[in-house]
Write a protein that binds this ligand. Structure first.
Ligand SMILES: Nc1ncnc2c1ncn2[C@@H]1O[C@H](COP(=O)(O)OP(=O)(O)OP(=O)(O)O)[C@@H](O)[C@H]1O
Length: 789
């Protein structure tokens, strides 16, 4: 309406804008630059640009009742009558003239809706297509150029209308109207939502699970247990540690939140927040203990714990919010859902969040009195969390205790054991008894004597014996169709204080399985052993207090130093203050770890030999009366081995030591008695001298000549000792065993000397039997008799 009374004015150079079609109703344009236009309630003017100024278009017009033709010359800044503002808006944003490229059309720079404009009041809505901002054929940024110029044009048109065509306003730019400064205030509670807080709180869960499973995976838990740390103290220490850790974490979280002005923390009563978070972290600690007893590998536990916290947070976020806000579900449904800890946490956070948001209206957050409000779920949440904590605490302790002794690997196994009969402590089968009888028949005198000693000790309950094993057996039950493995076949032996017993045997003989039973690593299939009078079947807890163990694989904390390890185990064994420092230094010295910064280096920087020596030191620290060492010198260089041996020799004065080894030298140096184990059975037992005398009643003659003289050598040996046994013949080198009762050493020397006059002897030697010879003989003999049977 504005331009209906306006004369056609100067259209050049955007300085004015006006319509050549004043007061007309256009049936539509069909040619040139515009699409058919329709008459609308309020005219909208479209400024066409980029048209060639020589083009023109003839449009039909109606003036009053007269139909006429009007030629419109296309010039830049031509205003054309168009459709409603909505259509203009849509079209300008979609691209004018569909199907053509931006370059190929006359761009809409701006559409004007002269809303309620009149001579006194100028009010336009300007619409432009911001998507054309980066049109490449225009060198200048499109948006920067057109908007001010178009606004300039329309403003001039308005001025010319109101004040006459001579008026011209030249605007170069537009800028925002100055206005009062404002501050953007973001309400974090509503922006972040309870899910963020939920994730922050539960982030500690995987950390705790990792701690617990790490100690289980590396058998450190068992190691600590074997050195006297009971489940109760272990739980209390870790529980308190986690509780302090989590409480500090939550307090810092709340303080930081309050400092940066998060309403969630600032508005709600701090005591409610404290009770809520404190109850939940207690529940979370119990859940971590419970979860850790299901896992044996840190990586799996970590992955599943993170999945659980993120997944359960998302599910809780969606479900709880929908349930509460949807209003379709009964209240008790929501309460049932809150039994799941992630849901109860979310609900509590949600309630605190709601109060924080509502505080902009009410001015206060959640107060204790608000817990009586039936729409506030916080009271239910607190009750559920505390009850759940009370119920889960003993369950988690039980599962953890069952899994920690190594007898069961998981709570599932424990449940199975409770439901069925315990498969690991089943009664010995008929086949096994038969097997035992065969063994007894084949047993050597020394083994039988040892058995009798054990029977006597058990009947008379004789004191003085540190360890008494009574027919200990271990069968590993085959899984996935594999046959059962008889690892230890009824071992009986008795060990005095001050005695060191060495167990020798080839790989897989059952030595480690035997020791594992004695230290409580695995449960015996049948039989029993008494350590200081306590049964390994029932009183393992009492045995741990006086036991030291150096396991085959070092069980150490990578981030602790050697000294810290010894201080920890020393304290477990009852040392404190200066006596602890003394014991630690003495221990480090005895295994050659006192110098060169070794005591204060983290174990991860230790060499294999240093770890081994530290493990031995741990087993000896304190007053352990029975010490088990599984291959203690494996991986040690000769010097370290020697110093380790002197440490063990010194330590054995008033203790009983059982050690397994593959080194005959170590066995002979350290052990008062030795036994050889083959395929789970003891083959012999006695002092090194007794065994050599019993199994090595021969000298070993070795002689090297040219191969053509082999027969001559054979004849010589037969002459010296007709009963001599040939051990081997290898490219001229022959080895014979000569029964001691058949020969005198001087005769052998004389015979060889005269032989050397006839035959060229490259080398020869006569040796007494060594423990190694005995070992090979016994092991071979046992294997042979087994093959025969
Ligand atoms: N957990 C187990 N499950 C099944 N079989 C096992 C298990 N542990 C050991 N065994 C088997 O029991 C037998 C005795 O193994 P053990 O480790 O006790 O022998 P070892 O004498 O200590 O051997 P090494 O000298 O090599 O340490 C072996 O045949 C072994 O494969």
């Amino acid at each position: 309406n504005l331009f209906r009374s306006s004369p056609l004015s100067n259209l050049s150079d955007y300085t004015s804008i006006s319509s050549p079609l004043l007061g007309t109703e256009l049936p539509g344009f069909t040619t040139g630059f515009v699409e058919p236009a329709f008459v609308s309630d309020r005219p909208i003017y479209v400024l066409e640009q980029q048209c060639n100024s020589s083009d023109s278009v003839t449009v039909p017009i109606t003036i009053g009742s007269v139909n006429a033709q009007k030629e419109i010359k296309c010039v830049q800044g031509l205003p054309l009558w168009r459709n409603s503002s909505r259509t203009i808006n849509d079209e300008s944003f979609q691209g004018y003239r569909k199907g053509k490229t931006a370059e190929g059309i006359n761009e809409i720079a701006m559409a004007y809706d002269f809303q309620d404009s009149n001579e006194k009041h100028f009010n336009i809505l300007a619409l432009y297509n911001s998507t054309y901002q980066n049109v490449s054929y225009i060198s200048m940024p499109f948006g920067l150029l057109r908007i001010p110029r178009s606004l300039n044009a329309v403003s001039n048109a308005y001025l010319q209308l109101v004040q006459g065509s001579g008026v011209q306003m030249l605007l170069d730019f537009t800028k925002e109207m100055p206005k009062q400064a404002t501050r953007v205030i973001i309400n974090f509670s509503s922006v972040l939502g309870p899910l963020f807080f939920q994730w922050v709180v539960v982030l500690l869960f995987p950390v705790m699970v990792t701690y617990l499973v790490y100690e289980k995976q590396h058998k450190l838990r068992t190691m600590m247990k074997m050195h006297g740390l009971g489940d109760g103290p272990y739980w209390i220490i870790y529980y308190l540690y986690f509780l302090i850790f989590s409480t500090v974490y939550m307090i810092v979280f709340v303080i930081f939140g309050s400092i940066i002005g998060v309403d969630f923390f600032k508005i709600n009563d701090y005591s409610i927040q404290f009770v809520f978070f404190f109850s939940f972290i207690n529940l979370q600690i119990v859940l971590a203990f419970l979860a850790s007893s299901f896992f044996s590998k840190v990586n799996t536990a970590q992955a599943i714990a993170y999945l659980y916290i993120f997944g359960s947070g998302l599910i809780a976020g969606n479900l709880v919010r929908n349930f509460i806000e949807g209003g379709k579900f009964p209240r008790h449904w929501i309460t049932v859902l809150e039994i799941i800890p992630a849901f109860s946490l979310y609900r509590g956070l949600y309630e605190l969040g709601q109060y924080a948001i509502a505080a902009s209206e009410t001015g206060t957050g959640m107060r204790w009195s608000d817990l009586n409000d039936h729409t506030n779920g916080m009271r239910d949440v607190l009750i559920i969390i505390i009850l759940e904590w009370l119920v889960l605490l003993p369950i988690a302790y039980y599962f953890d205790h069952a899994a920690s002794v190594g007898h069961t690997s998981s709570p599932l196994a424990t449940i199975k054991r409770l439901l069925k009969k315990d498969p690991t402590s089943r009664r010995i089968t008929v086949n096994e008894i038969a097997d035992k009888d065969v063994n007894v028949e084949m047993e050597k005198l020394d083994i039988i004597t040892e058995r009798e000693t054990v029977d006597q000790v058990l009947q008379q309950q004789t004191c003085g014996y540190a360890v008494v094993c009574d027919d200990l057996k271990k069968v590993y039950h085959g899984k996935d169709g594999n046959p059962d493995k008889f690892a230890v076949r009824g071992v009986s032996l008795a060990l005095l204080y001050g005695e060191c017993l060495g167990i020798l045997g080839p790989n897989g003989a059952g030595k480690s399985s035997f020791i594992s039973m004695l230290i409580g690593f695995v449960k015996p299939t049948s039989g029993n052993a008494f350590v200081r009078g306590f049964s390994i079947q029932n009183d393992m807890e009492k045995i741990y207090n006086s036991m030291g163990v150096c396991p085959q694989n070092d069980m150490l904390w990578e981030t602790l130093t050697g000294r810290e390890h010894l201080q920890f185990y020393g304290r477990l064994k009852g040392h404190s203050g200066s006596s602890l420092d003394l014991a630690v230094d003495e221990s480090l010295r005895s295994v050659n770890l006192l110098h060169g910064g070794a005591p204060d280096k983290q174990v991860k920087k230790y060499s294999g030999g240093m770890r081994r020596r530290l493990s031995v030191a741990i087993s000896l620290i304190g007053d352990a009366k029975v010490v088990y060492m599984d291959e203690p010198s494996t991986g040690l260089d000769p010097a370290s081995r020697k110093s380790l041996w002197s440490a063990v020799k010194q330590a054995k004065q008033d203790r009983a030591i059982i050690l397994t080894t593959h080194s005959m030298e170590e066995a002979e140096t350290l052990c008062d008695r030795l036994c050889i184990m083959v395929d789970g059975s003891l083959q012999c037992i006695g002092t090194p001298k007794e065994l050599i005398a019993r199994y090595g009643g021969y000298y070993v003659l070795t002689m090297t000549t040219l191969p053509e003289f082999e027969q001559e050598v054979e004849n010589l040996v037969r002459k010296i000792s007709p009963s001599a046994r040939k051990v081997y013949n290898l490219s001229g080198t022959q080895k014979y065993e000569l029964l001691k009762q058949d020969v005198r050493i001087a005769d052998v020397f004389m015979a060889v000397e005269s032989f050397k006059k006839r035959v060229e002897v490259q080398a020869w030697g006569l040796a007494d039997t060594t423990m190694e010879d005995v070992f090979i003989k016994v092991a071979k003999g046992a294997q042979l008799s087994e093959e025969l049977s």
